[in-house]
Design a protein around this ligand. Structure first.
Ligand SMILES: [Zn+2]
Length: 114
């Protein structure tokens, strides 16, 4: 996995999940890390009020130093994909297939938000 240039990651997050909708133990560590990172973006987008910071630090390490960018993300209006981007290093991508996964927090809409 090249880590020197910003790429656009297009991910169907269901590819990481088993038939029970969980991350299987057999998932390689790198894939699991990426899935959990993308999952945390889905959690933030579906649970954090609009315009509030998502609180997700960029996962990239350009020049082996952690990127200091705070990832921004939103649900694309005319599709079901989530668009995410790090404003610092421009690492970015789209997540599809997140609806009704373990990370989709919209199901708890009736519950009071923190
Ligand atoms: Zn970054």
């Amino acid at each position: 996995m090249a880590d020197t240039m910003a790429d656009t990651w297009v991910t169907d997050i269901t590819h990481y999940l088993d038939e029970d909708g969980r991350l299987p133990d057999s998932l390689p560590v790198q894939a699991r890390r990426l899935a959990e990172y993308l999952g945390s973006i889905v959690v933030a987008v579906t649970s954090v009020p609009l315009d509030d910071p998502l609180g997700i630090r960029c996962r990239r390490r350009p020049g082996r130093k952690p990127c200091r960018g705070d990832v921004a993300a939103y649900i694309v209006d005319d599709s079901s994909a989530i668009r995410w981007i790090c404003p610092a290093c421009e690492d970015n991508g789209f997540i599809s297939g997140w609806s009704d996964t373990i990370w989709d927090c919209r199901a708890s809409e009736d519950a009071p938000r923190h």
